[in-house]
Write a protein that binds this ligand. Structure first.
Ligand code: TXA
Ligand code: MG
Length: 317
């Protein structure tokens, strides 16, 4: 594909050095991760944090995830506990975010955590972000690189589409393999999943050898960013459908659907992982084709299907 965006750079040693020097100066960059692309800035810099909130038009009450290279780097910022260590050993680096208590003398900016006494931390697993994190001595605050309440980006082109000329440095790290944001788990007391993701409750339950609470309405306030409306393509979406017409976009899954212009198949093999990785790009495609309505088939609520249903529900709100 022709690169029509001058702000997208392929990854190499020179681009690595430039990105490190930009981040040190408090600049904000578009970077790839294995889940979705992020808008990254120094979590210890007020200037960088302000830029992230302004660029995304993100409400100030919605805290950011702070990304680290290694658990040794977190000791001055958060209190570590046993549940964290068990999950870290098995799942990191990877698509899981932990809510932990913030240390009083942590250098993470208050604005990054929306003044909460907790911090969301993650160890991303993508070669680009891993190399960058190794070169800097501060963590990266990094929300998904989209305008607030919109669709998360899974390619460098998607990021450029969101911010246009307002963001002048995006690294192309290929398509995000997982395609859906990390699982968020609160570990400050009884472990609770606040945002479902590709790592499901059964996996966590096995590692911690205990029951895990899943998101419930009454827990919503615990994750200030879990707004009812989110991940929205800005078009009416009707979920759990069985019949589709030729006029509106239809999001389907499985072999029984014939190829038709308005049919968008998330996975012909009914593979839910593949479906998750195609979700945001499909919604983006449908939006750009200017369809007026989207009908969506029922997606099984098992494994990563739980996360797909969560995003669809918010996208349709
Ligand atoms: O996969 C991901 O997690 C991506 C990539 C770029 O790492 N990032 C991402 O960030 O999805 P964002 O900002 O789009 O979503 C962060 C979520 C929000 O729902 C936010 O409210 C929640 O994490 N969060 C952040 N800090 C929190 C805290 N201290 N307590 C509870 N929830 C928190
Ligand atoms: Mg987001």
């Amino acid at each position: 594909m022709k690169n029509i965006y001058l702000n997208i750079f392929p990854f190499n040693k020179k681009v690595l050095n430039r990105s490190v020097s930009h981040l040190k100066k408090g600049k904000v960059l578009g970077l790839p991760t294995e889940t979705v692309y992020g808008l990254a800035g120094n979590a210890y810099s007020k200037k960088a944090i302000n830029k992230i909130f302004t660029l995304k038009k993100r409400p100030k009450f919605n805290p950011l995830i702070v990304h680290y290279s290694n658990y040794k780097d977190i000791i001055h910022d958060v209190d570590i506990n046993d549940n964290f260590l068990k999950l870290y050993k098995k799942l990191c680096p990877g698509p899981i975010t932990f809510i932990l208590k913030k240390k009083i003398n942590s250098k993470i900016k208050k604005t990054a955590t929306a003044n909460l006494n907790t911090v969301a931390i993650r160890f991303p697993n993508h070669h680009v972000i891993k190399k960058i994190l190794k070169e800097i001595n501060f963590p990266l605050a990094m929300p998904s690189a989209n305008l607030s309440s919109g669709l998360s980006p899974v390619t460098a082109g998607n990021v450029a589409e969101e911010f246009k000329k307002k963001l002048d440095f995006i690294i192309d790290g290929g398509r995000s393999k997982i395609g859906i944001e990390s699982t968020v788990i609160d570990l400050t007391s009884e472990p609770k999943i606040l945002r479902p993701g590709s790592i499901g409750p059964h996996v966590i339950k096995k590692i911690l050898k205990r029951r895990i609470e899943s998101p419930k309405k009454k827990l919503r306030h615990k994750s200030p960013g879990m707004l009812k409306k989110h991940y929205s393509p800005g078009i009416p979406m009707i979920l759990n459908q069985t019949k589709f017409n030729t006029k509106h976009a239809a999001i389907v899954i499985g072999k029984k659907f014939k190829n038709s212009e308005n049919y968008f198949n998330l996975s012909k093999d009914s593979n839910l992982k593949e479906a998750a990785s195609n979700l945001y790009s499909t919604l983006r495609k449908i939006k750009n084709l200017k369809y007026k309505k989207i009908y969506v088939i029922k997606i099984p609520k098992k494994g990563i299907g739980i996360a797909i249903n969560d995003r669809l529900k918010r996208a349709s709100y």
